[in-house]
Write a protein that binds this ligand. Structure first.
Ligand code: ZN
Length: 283
């Protein structure tokens, strides 16, 4: 009888020991599993946060350069230097001055004697945009068709010279010009819609150096004019001219760039993603 009890006791101890081992193994396994789950959830939620943050950052802070690459502006004010009516004999000097400051500008070009400089604009850190082929107000503003034909001609010329399918435009005289009324009443109201329908985006300006008066404006006065801007503006689009005579002078351009650099502003070129700066249409 004693032998039987001893055998049963030994058997029970073995079963209890086996049971306890199994419980320990299972507990350890489930603790490990729940730790892994928590870690996975943490990773998922932090990558979700990062995604949301990246999306917000993209809409709030990113800007895009002329090649469509995103970059962070250094400040919340961006200055866009723009030159109308070029290229001219002065274009190479303007480009090398911009290079010296490490910035680019936007050139709204016309057909002229120096079309070969269009390629130099594109090859620098500047951007090319369209102004007019003939720049003759009585012709281009005589009808919608006349304007769009002229625009297509400058578009094709730029594409031939540079390979760029330029989509940013500026109306001769700006969208607010009233001189067009002389040739066709109400034409600007129609053209602002026509050009958008044809896949172009037009830009005016909200600051200028005043070199368009046809007479030489001193460097001091060009700087004074180009540095008068609304403190509320986040985008300062400065109109200047790239013409053989009476355009921007290099001393003035240096002064204008240094003024805005000292203000901590960023310099940009106009792209399809730039905030629109437009006038009120008056014809
Ligand atoms: Zn012009």
């Amino acid at each position: 009888m004693k032998v039987v009890t001893a055998r049963i006791n030994k058997k029970s101890i073995c079963i209890i020991a086996l049971f306890l081992t199994a419980v320990c193994v299972l507990t350890a396994f489930s603790v490990k599993l729940s730790a892994e789950n928590a870690e996975q959830k943490r990773t998922e939620s932090s990558s979700e946060d990062a995604k949301i943050q990246a999306e917000n950052t993209e809409t709030e802070c990113f800007m895009k350069d002329k090649n469509g690459n995103a970059y962070f502006p250094k400040s919340d004010v961006t200055v866009y230097l723009t030159f109308d009516d070029g290229p001219s004999k002065n274009t190479p000097q303007i480009l090398s001055l911009l290079k010296k400051y490490g910035i680019g500008a936007t050139f709204f070009v016309t057909n002229g004697k120096y079309n070969e400089y269009m390629k130099d604009i594109v090859d620098s850190s500047s951007a090319i945009a369209l102004h007019s082929y003939s720049h003759k107000y009585p012709e281009i503003y005589s009808s919608e068709k006349a304007f769009l034909d002229d625009l297509e001609k400058i578009h094709d010329l730029v594409q031939k010279e540079t390979g760029v399918d330029a989509r940013i435009i500026r109306f001769p005289g700006g969208s607010s010009n009233t001189i067009s009324k002389k040739y066709c009443k109400g034409i600007m109201t129609k053209l602002v819609k026509d050009v958008e329908k044809s896949g172009y985006i037009y830009f005016d300006w909200n600051c200028e150096n005043g070199d368009a008066g046809g007479k030489n404006v001193s460097a001091d006065n060009q700087i004074k004019n180009a540095t008068k801007y609304s403190k509320k503006a986040k985008s300062i689009v400065i109109l200047m001219h790239d013409i053989d005579s009476c355009g921007v002078n290099l001393e003035a351009l240096s002064g204008i760039i240094e003024f805005y650099q000292n203000e901590g502003a960023d310099f940009g070129v106009i792209t399809e993603n730039s905030p629109l700066v437009r006038h009120k249409v008056k014809n």
